[in-house]
Design a protein around this ligand. Structure first.
Ligand SMILES: [Mn+2]
Length: 321
């Protein structure tokens, strides 16, 4: 059947929970028997021609005017002004950039607009989505070593081998509690592998640091042999406000920038907006971009680090009596 609705989701914990919540809500309240499939930043390049003639929904990813259902919380969701103008909140579309993650807004919308009766397990998944997506871990220890069911699942996703596996996990999310999901043999196996990777990544991080100055850490982890742990910079350097670095992707290189959730900067910079200048995006506290090659990625990371340093130094000067 070609007219079956396909839910395209951002490939991360809150994106996958979003897909599961939407699939169940649509099934129960509208009799919609949806499938689901992941989506990634590369697919934005020809966004206008995404899925011609197909029925689709998008969650936790850029706005698309042909999406039958669309939910997102990213401030940088609109790729053009024309797309921004095409969005009007309605019964099938909802954007809320104040939401720490996407699932809570879908749950709220489904309850208010479609009369969905949300299972307790979805409320629990939405709660943890906020923690994972907005890095609201209580400390860096929980972020790195936390073994609550949601955190085991999120950790397991870091070794997700392919789209089929991600789609399978979304399917499990439509049926399981977080606890049952975390204890599935496949998820548990992935979690063990991911934990070993994390331990290696923590060991490999220190030599990648190129500079640490004025509260900003700049690192180059572009070598494909270096494993990545998102919070390693803050684990090793709890005193910094920002970490900016270069990491490899399958196709090239990624510039990643984030503020230290446990030592927030005393300045008001929007990283997602800074990243937009480099063709990327993100939230206020974290963002990324994919420059065309390694020199461009290093240059972008160095520029961003410098920009943040200048702002931090200026703020420190202004605060002095
Ligand atoms: Mn997401």
């Amino acid at each position: 059947m070609t007219d079956r609705l396909c839910i395209h989701y951002h490939r991360d914990f809150d994106g996958m929970v979003s897909a599961a919540v939407l699939a169940v809500a649509l099934k129960r309240t509208r009799g919609e028997d949806a499938t689901w499939s992941d989506i990634n930043y590369d697919q934005r390049s020809d966004w206008e021609n995404f899925r011609p003639g197909q029925r689709f929904a998008i969650v936790d990813f850029h706005f698309h005017p042909r999406a039958e259902y669309w939910f997102d919380h990213h401030p940088t969701t609109f790729l053009t002004d024309a797309l921004r103008a095409a969005y009007v909140p309605n019964e099938r579309w909802r954007w809320d950039e104040t939401s720490p993650s996407c699932p809570p807004l879908i749950l709220r919308h489904a309850i208010e607009h479609w009369g969905f009766q949300a299972d307790a397990r979805f409320t629990e998944m939405a709660y943890w989505s906020d923690i994972v997506d907005a890095a609201r871990y209580k400390d860096v220890e929980q972020a790195i070593f936390g073994d609550e069911p949601a955190l085991r699942v999120a950790r397991a996703l870091t070794v997700a081998p392919n789209s089929d596996w991600l789609n399978q996990v979304v399917g499990w999310m439509t049926e399981d509690t977080l606890d049952a999901l975390a204890h599935r043999a496949e998820v548990d196996k992935a979690y063990s592998r991911a934990s070993k990777n994390r331990d290696r990544a923590l060991q490999q991080f220190p030599p990648t640091v190129e500079s640490k100055k004025d509260g900003v850490l700049f690192y180059d982890a572009s070598s494909p042999n270096i494993r990545r742990e998102r919070f390693a910079p803050f684990y090793h350097h709890p005193d910094i406000h920002y970490a900016v670095g270069v990491i490899p992707t399958r196709q090239g290189f990624h510039v990643s920038c984030g503020q230290n959730p446990w030592n927030p900067p005393p300045i008001d910079m929007h990283i997602g907006e800074i990243m937009e200048r480099y063709g990327g995006g993100g939230h206020k506290a974290v963002g990324g971009a994919n420059p065309p090659d390694l020199p461009a990625a290093r240059r972008a990371a160095a520029e961003i680090a410098e920009k943040l340093r200048v702002s931090l130094v200026a703020a420190a000067k202004a605060a002095r009596p």
